[in-house]
Design a protein around this ligand. Structure first.
Ligand code: B4P
Length: 232
């Protein structure tokens, strides 16, 4: 047995106490982080609908009211095009034709944004997911962060109205995909590839249809009444 002189015993005990306190505080911190992450449930909304249904327009108002992070894959892609990145160069031609950019590219973009905003109150996914594969990937990603989708809010707008809105926007913005032929192509891509995403969330009992015809503020009021029920 090791016999230590009195002052050394004192130092040894002090060192043990210090170590113990550090370990204890680490446990407490880990417990607190875990508890905080689980207690603060994020409000994660998918704003869904065909091109021109008002997803971008309504997202702006929702993020202001609920302080959510706005994730618009369309905006991110247009940013990449403006900055002439490799990704932007790949996306430019596809978007101008009214087709969808590959799932792999879009899922990668969303993953980066989710990782960078872990302290957020929640996210509004605008224009994403646009395929069932994107919806499945989003569920998996959120699950890995211990979160899920709260609900999908779907804006229902007549086809004629969609075309009119996008033609008007095209005149003002000069957006390459807001031309009659491309608009029709985008609507048909939506019907074939994107509409099934609504069924995917309906099966999870997370589908909330909203009338998307009428004035911007009255549509917003309808959306708010859905979100307030989800956010109780
Ligand atoms: P997006 O940027 O998502 O554009 P969008 O669907 O055309 O527009 P949105 O529905 O947001 O309409 P907005 O509010 O602006 O996609 C563009 C392209 O990017 C896609 O075609 C695809 O190639 C690519 N892409 C994006 N995400 C992708 C993904 N996940 N996977 C693969 N590819 C992807 O409204 C339109 C106009 O209507 C505006 O001018 C607005 O002022 C007006 N408006 C809105 N509400 C109105 C109302 N109530 N009354 C009258 N006008 C109204």
């Amino acid at each position: 047995m090791l016999i230590l002189p009195d002052p050394l015993i004192l130092i040894f005990n002090f060192w043990k106490l210090l170590n113990c306190t550090q370990e204890l505080s680490l446990y407490i911190c880990a417990f607190n982080n875990h508890t905080i992450i689980n207690l603060l449930k994020m409000l994660n909304l998918v704003l869904f609908g065909p091109p021109g249904s008002g997803k971008g327009t309504q997202s702006e108002k929702i993020i202001e009211k609920y302080e959510l992070i706005h994730l618009s894959t369309g905006d991110i892609l247009r940013g990449e095009i403006a900055n002439k990145t490799d990704l932007g160069l790949q996306a430019q031609e596809i978007m101008a034709k009214g087709e969808l950019v590959s799932d792999e590219i879009v899922i990668g973009m969303i993953k980066n944004k989710l990782e960078a905003n872990q302290a957020a109150k929640g996210f509004i996914f605008d224009g994403f997911p646009r395929t069932v594969a994107q919806a499945e990937a989003l569920d998996e990603l959120l699950k890995s962060f211990n979160h899920d989708i709260t609900g999908l809010v779907s804006l229902n707008v007549d086809k004629e109205e969609l075309i009119q809105r996008l033609l008007i926007r095209g005149q003002a913005s000069g957006r390459a995909d807001d031309k009659l032929e491309t608009i029709k192509k985008r609507i048909s891509v939506y019907e074939k590839q994107t509409a099934p995403v609504a069924n995917y969330y309906e099966k999870q009992e997370k589908y909330y249809p909203v009338e998307g015809m009428g004035g911007i503020d009255e549509i917003f009021d309808r959306i708010v009444s859905v979100i307030n029920k989800l956010n109780q």
